[in-house]
Design a protein around this ligand. Sequence first.
Ligand SMILES: NC(=O)c1ccc[n+]([C@@H]2O[C@H](COP(=O)([O-])OP(=O)(O)OC[C@H]3O[C@@H](n4cnc5c(N)ncnc54)[C@H](OP(=O)(O)O)[C@@H]3O)[C@@H](O)[C@H]2O)c1
Length: 173
Amino acid sequence: MVSSLDGFIAKKDRSVSWLRSTDNYEKGITLNEEDVEEFIKTINCYVMGSRTYEHALELGWPYGAVPVIVLTHRELTTDRENVEFYSGDLAKLVNDNLKPIYRNIWLVGGAMIAKDFILLKLADDIIISIMPVILGDGILFFDYIRQEQLLHLKDVVAYKDGMVELWYEIKKE
Ligand SMILES: NC(=O)c1ccc[n+]([C@@H]2O[C@H](COP(=O)([O-])OP(=O)(O)OC[C@H]3O[C@@H](n4cnc5c(N)ncnc54)[C@H](OP(=O)(O)O)[C@@H]3O)[C@@H](O)[C@H]2O)c1
């Protein structure tokens, strides 16, 4: 999840220019295209809420032919062979349908789905990339999750463009 410093993952008008930073942090690292491609190759399946899916269709489909599960209560249709719609029990989706087939399941978001996965203890890790911006309004990542959850910090990476990536493991106990 990419977030502003004040915890927003999307602006009210859904514009995404804030996701590109012109900041310059001298000690930060730069990712090259090959690193990004290698990382993306490790993802076996994407899961996302219908609002995130519809936004991705508007912005330009970035998921290629990797299987994508879209959560919706509506009767949505698609011509894409790798897109499947799902409604209902999230634990059943993850434990019965996805885990036996896919090793690395990437929960794209948005906030609604991410919160449910954390509350239901269906997520193993949280990777949050904080952009150097305060948005002031929009969709909050953690909108009163109302449940304490201990985390283990696995990694921190600071990038040249001022983005800081925090990688947490969700403690199961
Ligand atoms: N900054 C980032 O890294 C990042 C990442 C992801 C998304 N985003 C942004 O976040 C925004 C969307 O986030 P959001 O929190 O508003 O919405 P969302 O989580 O993408 O989608 C919510 C929708 O998912 C469906 N849903 C949720 N639980 C379900 C269940 N158990 N069974 C069936 N359907 C279920 C419902 O769809 P129906 O209404 O169709 O029933 C619900 O309205 C977009 O602007 C997107 O671009 C940002």
